[in-house]
Design a protein around this ligand. Structure first.
Ligand SMILES: NC(=O)c1ccc[n+]([C@@H]2O[C@H](COP(=O)([O-])OP(=O)(O)OC[C@H]3O[C@@H](n4cnc5c(N)ncnc54)[C@H](O)[C@@H]3O)[C@@H](O)[C@H]2O)c1
Length: 350
């Protein structure tokens, strides 16, 4: 049986969902939309959807069995709960909510109504992330001790509702939520401490730069850095283990893994003279003791997210983006704000 989807908030991301579903699915069709903007309702009509002018009419129509909530972040909780109460399965855009209290309400409603409720954490299927995850799981850098994940923009701008606190704006909620989600998805260990520092570099009230350091119980240091004003950009991923180092430079997944050739140390470092003085510890290795390996070849697609949603509704699969997994991310986000507010690292049990 095919499924039908109705969208609340037919903006930029919702249009992406619409086009991607059209291109990738024969058993899922987007049929309707509700938006507060007349212009966006017009766009929905022009794209072949039934456009509703009120949420009540949209929710009582039952022309679809799944609702996607893709409004600004501060409206997620209310619309998700209303859609669940009206009897729909619900997919919500990220971040699922602004805090754990909202999420508790959403989860309780989903359980009571007996409906599927998931969050579009599509970046669990990003190619760069999947490569790092594969390298991690296959031990391609040995036992990792540090994982750095970065997104550096150059524009120095945050657009529209993302500029405002009340709407759930800022980079922690925007890119941060994806990058924290990826790191928690990859590293199977508790987060035992969180330190975060947020800045308003070119914004007035929401963070447009943050650095977050998580310490995992298994010893790994996870660092996430997001900013919008980096005129010199650092690599997307940098992972070091006791058996090698990995770098992914960009979205195109250019990068490499470097190993040492010798398992037994048969190279005696000598003191080298540098402009910063003599050093032996930081002397470069001779090139013939190093071996470059390609990054693992990984096939992935964002449409796997909706495939899993449909298969879960049809009883053929287990839900991948579960509510407990997004609650952990939200707990880290809450700890980030608290760490920034108090100016200290926090002990956590996440
Ligand atoms: N998963 C991803 O990769 C990804 C990427 C971009 C955005 N998003 C998320 O998608 C959501 C929407 O972001 P966007 O970039 O599409 O924003 P957008 O501003 O382009 O679209 C939001 C739409 O919601 C409508 N809207 C605003 N208030 C509303 C209300 N109270 N009721 C109904 N409609 C309302 C607006 O008119 C607009 O059409 C956000 O939660 C954002 O974080 C996710």
């Amino acid at each position: 049986m095919g499924h039908k989807l109705g969208i609340i908030g037919y903006g930029g991301m919702a249009s992406w969902h619409h086009n991607s579903i059209k291109a990738n699915f024969t058993d899922l069709e987007v049929v309707a939309a509700y938006d507060i903007s007349k212009e966006r309702l017009e766009a929905a009509k022009n794209n072949g959807l039934i456009a509703f002018e009120t949420a009540e009419e949209f929710l009582s129509s039952h022309l679809f069995d799944i609702v996607l909530v893709a409004t600004p972040n501060n409206f997620h909780c209310d619309y998700v709960c209303r859609a669940l109460e009206a009897g729909y399965n619900v997919v919500c855009e990220k971040p699922v909510a602004l805090n754990c209290e909202e999420l508790d309400k959403m989860e309780e409603t989903a359980k009571r109504c007996g409906k599927l409720f998931s969050v579009h954490q599509n970046r669990r299927w990003d190619k760069d992330y999947r490569i790092v995850k594969q390298a991690y799981e296959d031990g391609l850098v040995g036992k990792p001790f540090t994982v750095e994940s970065r997104v550096h923009g150059q524009g120095g701008m945050v657009h529209g509702w993302r500029e405002f606190k009340v709407a759930g704006g800022g980079m922690v909620y925007d890119w941060g939520v994806h990058m924290i989600d990826q790191m928690l998805d990859m590293i199977p260990s508790k987060v035992v401490s969180v330190y975060a520092n947020l800045h308003c570099v070119r914004t007035l009230e929401v963070d447009d730069y943050f650095k977050l350091v998580m310490r995992f119980e298994n010893g790994i240091t996870g660092q996430i850095e997001v900013g919008t004003f980096h005129l010199v950009q650092l690599p997307r991923w940098y992972v070091c283990g006791d058996g090698g180092s990995l770098v992914i430079n960009d979205w195109d997944c250019n990068g490499k893994i470097i190993h040492t050739k010798d398992t037994v140390m048969n190279w005696e470092p000598v003191v080298v003279q540098t402009k910063a003085g003599p050093t032996r510890t930081m002397a470069p290795r001779p090139a013939d003791t190093l071996e470059e390996k390609p990054l693992p070849d990984v096939e992935t697609s964002w449409s796997s997210y909706y495939r899993n949603i449909l298969d879960t509704i049809d009883g053929k699969a287990e839900l991948i983006v579960t509510i407990p997994s997004v609650r952990r991310v939200l707990k880290v986000i809450e700890a980030c704000f608290e760490s920034d507010r108090t100016g200290t690292g926090l002990k956590t049990d996440i």
